[in-house]
Design a binder for this molecule. Structure first.
Ligand SMILES: Cc1cc2nc3c(=O)[nH]c(=O)nc-3n(C[C@H](O)[C@H](O)[C@H](O)COP(=O)(O)O)c2cc1C
Length: 311
């Protein structure tokens, strides 16, 4: 097959774009980008890689959390506008915030009766009580409680949850205790997790990933991976993942949320609903701005009902 042509000047643009990466990883990303752009062109029967194909390739290959970096090359004016919007967020009137909810399941509209007394455990790793993650979790829990569930919410930041010590006591054949670290996880959290029917995991994006409080908590689930564990997580548990971030691209951190969904499945919780909230700019650095958007709250409430019906 003949080598694909690149539109004049496009390879230079590709090189300029890849300057966003430090030299030690630049070539890896450049190769991925070129490979993918040429794959798109070949698939679409184009003999030339065009500007449009290059940018589609960028958005397919680069994690969307890199968008601020991408825009510096693709559209500097758009980047400046984003930066200004972020700077001026305290001037936004309530209700004018660019906040968007995305519901991944599409909803079930289920009307089946719900067995009362289902246990729903929610954890929020955001230290901002009354923040956006918190408000969303509260709507989900309100829907569950209104429909007969027993609900509980815990702020992970308020608990004594130590980092995994890496001792691997949980991996031993004759494992006696789920985890050797003595803290609130071994004191009561593992028990609550065994007993729950539904789990809600809420976290904000910090530095383009789940915040450290959530990452620390999830490390402590690794003990469930021991095949010799006598008290493995009972099957059949279902979950909702809630994630909020400030950047107004509604898919910006989907890869981080997907990681969480996969991690939960590895440890016995099947996520049946995801709610992501983007564009949480506004007064007080966007704290709780979702409260100014009744339509979003309604969606969260409805998701809670559907989640409960699916348990
Ligand atoms: C330390 C820190 C880092 C953050 N990093 C990002 C980021 O990389 N991308 C982003 O879109 N928002 C980022 N944010 C904004 C939060 O994700 C956003 O305000 C979110 O809605 C907070 O949720 P909460 O109100 O539940 O605490 C960051 C916030 C903090 C405090």
């Amino acid at each position: 097959m003949d080598r694909l042509q690149w539109q004049a000047g496009l390879m230079e643009k590709t090189d300029a774009l890849c300057e966003i990466f430090p030299a030690v990883i630049r070539n890896r990303w450049r190769q991925r980008l070129i490979y993918n752009a040429e794959k798109i062109a070949a698939y679409e029967g184009s003999s030339t890689v065009t500007d449009d194909i290059l940018w589609r390739s960028v958005y397919e290959v680069f994690p969307s959390g890199y968008e601020p970096l991408i825009l510096r090359v693709k559209d500097l004016e758009a980047m400046k506008a984003y930066a200004a919007a972020s700077r001026d967020q305290e001037k936004l009137e309530p209700g004018a915030e660019p906040v968007t909810i995305t519901r991944w399941s599409g909803g079930t509209g289920a009307a089946a009766p719900v067995a009362p007394g289902k246990k729903i455990l929610a954890v929020n790793s955001s230290p901002r009580k009354g923040g956006n993650t918190d408000v969303m979790i509260d709507e989900l829990l309100r829907a569950c409680a209104d429909n007969g569930a027993e609900v509980e919410k815990l702020y992970l930041g308020d608990l004594n949850i130590k980092p995994c010590s890496g001792c691997r006591a949980c991996r031993k054949v004759d494992v006696k205790t789920i985890c050797a670290v003595k803290d609130d996880m071994t004191e009561f959290m593992y028990d609550k997790m065994y007993r729950m029917d539904g789990f809600i995991a809420g976290f904000p994006i910090y530095t383009a990933r789940e915040n450290a409080i959530m990452a620390n908590f999830m490390d402590r689930w690794d003990c469930f991976a021991n095949p010799f564990l006598t008290r493995r997580m009972p099957g059949g548990k279902k979950g909702v993942v809630v994630c909020s971030w400030m950047w107004s691209n509604p898919v910006a951190y989907d890869n981080i949320v997907e990681n969480m969904v996969i991690l939960l499945r590895l440890h016995g919780v099947e996520t049946t609903e995801v709610l992501t909230l983007s564009g949480t700019r506004g007064k007080k650095h966007g704290k709780g701005v979702v409260k100014n958007h009744p339509g979003i709250l309604h969606t969260a409430y409805q998701s809670g009902i559907d989640f409960l019906h699916g348990l």
